[in-house]
Write a protein that binds this ligand. Structure first.
Ligand code: AMP
Ligand code: MN
Ligand code: MN
Ligand code: MN
Length: 280
């Protein structure tokens, strides 16, 4: 089998390993083609690319762009983007700009819920202050003993309807896809089973994603169970999307599969890594 992992994180966003360590771990796990896809940031790509070249590991520069669609947060990957593209860089800077104020809002809300010091606490888990996010808060809240693990933190505090959740407007779908395409990348919908969309809203989203230039969806994702994989295999065929395989690895103790250990892509689906823009 060809071991592909096209979605993971480093300390440039909410992963716990620096880019070179992510690449080394992927290599040790037998990954043959890796994409680093930090949230809204390209900063980790040069280090990862260099280490991958040293090890002879196939590498695709990527990014996971946060978008808002009908007040839902959705993640769109740009695979194979040119990290020096100024339009993409400017777009991502714009997406990041609101994070600090949002984090202050989250800290205030958490304080009202009895969890003090969350801004400073989250910052201790965050190597890139431009990318302070919910995962960093979750690690601090576990440290304080308000939940057993980050999964429980999210359920109790950090999802819509919970006390530490602050609504936020990210990029639009149109913007994000345009930035990715202009930077030479392939837009891929991340972990489609994760969104709280009705089947009908999901269909509308997928149609909009396709109409804007979306080309692929994650089918074999670390966030998907067997049913999700069957369902999104069907959807990939129906819409003509290329299928991806990815762990969405954040760290060794962050839940989800390790690098290169996502479920396999079902046979017969056209794979996104065969797209001409992603071939070496
Ligand atoms: P943010 O961009 O600050 O909204 O943070 C989003 C990140 O939080 C995602 O990329 C995941 O790493 C993490 N996350 C979101 N939902 C959950 C969840 N239910 N359990 C664990 N981590 C989650
Ligand atoms: Mn994340
Ligand atoms: Mn995501
Ligand atoms: Mn991710």
């Amino acid at each position: 089998m060809f071991n592909v992992d096209l979605h993971c994180h480093s300390t440039w966003s909410d992963g716990v390993l620096p880019p070179a360590a992510v690449v080394e771990r992927a290599f040790a796990n037998g990954v043959e083609l890796l994409a680093l896809t930090d949230h809204d940031h390209l900063g980790g790509l040069p280090e990862a690319q260099t280490r991958a070249a040293e090890l002879g590991l196939g590498f695709i520069p990527g990014v996971e762009v946060s978008i808002s669609w009908r007040h839902q947060t959705i993640h769109v990957l740009g695979l194979g983007v040119d990290a020096s593209h100024t339009g993409l860089q400017a777009g991502l800077a714009q997406v990041r700009a609101g994070r600090d104020a949002r984090a202050q809002g989250m800290a205030d809300a958490l304080a009202r819920a009895g969890i003090e010091g969350a801004f400073e606490g989250a910052m201790r888990y965050c190597a890139n202050p431009a990318l302070l996010g919910r995962s960093h808060f979750a690690r601090y809240i576990v440290e304080r003993g308000f939940a057993r693990d980050t999964r429980e933190v999210f359920e109790r505090y950090l999802v819509p309807g919970r006390p530490g959740y602050v609504e936020h407007e990210w990029a639009t779908l149109e913007e994000a896809i345009a930035w990715i395409l202009e930077a030479g990348g392939v837009p891929v919908l991340a972990h489609p089973a994760r969104y709280r969309l009705s089947p009908q809203a999901l269909e509308q989203f997928l149609a909009a994603f396709k109409a804007c230039g979306g080309l692929g969806i994650e089918v074999a994702s670390g966030a998907h169970d067997e049913n999700d994989i069957r369902r999104f295999s069907r959807i990939a065929r129906e819409y003509g999307f290329l299928a991806s395989r990815a762990s969405d690895f954040h760290g060794p103790h962050e839940g989800g599969p390790d690098l290169g250990r996502a479920p396999m892509l079902p046979a017969g689906l056209p794979a996104v890594w065969d797209h001409p823009r992603l071939r070496p």
